[in-house]
Design a protein around this ligand. Sequence first.
Ligand code: LMR
Length: 303
Amino acid sequence: MITIVGAGIVGSEVAYSILQDTLGDVVLIDLQADLARGEALDMMQAAPAIEFDGTVRGSGDFKEMEGSELVIVMVGQARKPNMTRIDLMNVNAKIIRSIVKEAAHYAPDCKLMIVTNPVDIMTYIARKESGLPKNRVFGMGNILDTMRFRTYIAQELGVSREDTQALVIGEHGDSMVPLTEYACVSGIPIANLLSKEKIDNIIHRTITSGANVIKLKGATIYAPAAVIALTADAVIKDRKRVMSVSTCPSGEYGCSDFSIGVPAVIGKDGVERIVELKLSAESQQRLEKSQNAIRQAIAQLQP
Ligand code: LMR
C-alpha cells in the first residue's frame, strides 16, 4: 500500500500514475478530507478503463496510512514567482514535523519520501523528527533536475531523450550541480558534442526550469508527478535504480550532518547505497557551495 499525504493537483496526479502503473493500493490523505475522498472516488471510477483492480481511498485521517510500504509527503506551501524554495523553509518545517511523526507512528516500517520544498531541508527534518532509519527517509529533488537536464541536452542536439544520460546532485535549488562530466548521449560525453557556451546555457535552463514554469502557470505539475511515480516504482518493484535523491550521507561527498542530493541505489529498502563519484574541480567547487547553502539555511531554521 502506498500513502500520499497531500491531495492537491500534484498528489492526485501521482496517485493516478501509481494506479495506472498498478504499483499497489493507494490511500490519499489530506486535511481537506472531502478533497481526498473526491479525488479517490473519481479515480476509482476510472479503474475499469485503466485496468486497475486494487483500491484507492481518500481520507482526512492519518490512521489510514497504517501498514503502508511507502508514504509520500507532498503537503505544504509551494513557492510563488520570484521566491526561492528556501523561502518556504520555516512555514513548511512546521507542517513536516507533525506529519512525519504521524507516518512513523502509523507506518513504522515505511519508506518515507519527502517532496515538500525546500526538499533537502524537509528531508533532514523528516529524518530527525521521524526517528526512522536513514535509508528509509529520502527526498525527491535532483531526479527531477536530472530529467530536465536530459530534456534540454536532447533538445539542443536534436536527439532522442531516451539516449541522454545525466546526473544532477546537490541542493534541489538554485545551487544544484548538473554534472557535465557525467552527461552523455549513448555514451558520448556532451563535451564532445556541444560547445562550453551551449552547455552553460543548458545548465542555466536546468537550474531555472521550475521557476520558469511557475512564472508561466503558477506551479509545476506533470514533471514532478512523473518523477515521483518513477521513484515509487523503483522502491515498490525493488528496481535498484541509480537516482539522485536527497539523503544524509555517512561521509560520502564530504557530508554527514544534513541531507543533500547524491546518486544512490534505490530499491525496497529505500536508499540502499550511495554511489560516490570523482568530480571535476569545477563540480567539486559547486558542490561545496551547494552544501554551504543548505548549511546556512539550516542555521536559520526556527524551532
Ligand atoms: C520543481 O522543481 O518543479 C519543484 O521543486 C517546485 C518548484 O518550486 O520549483
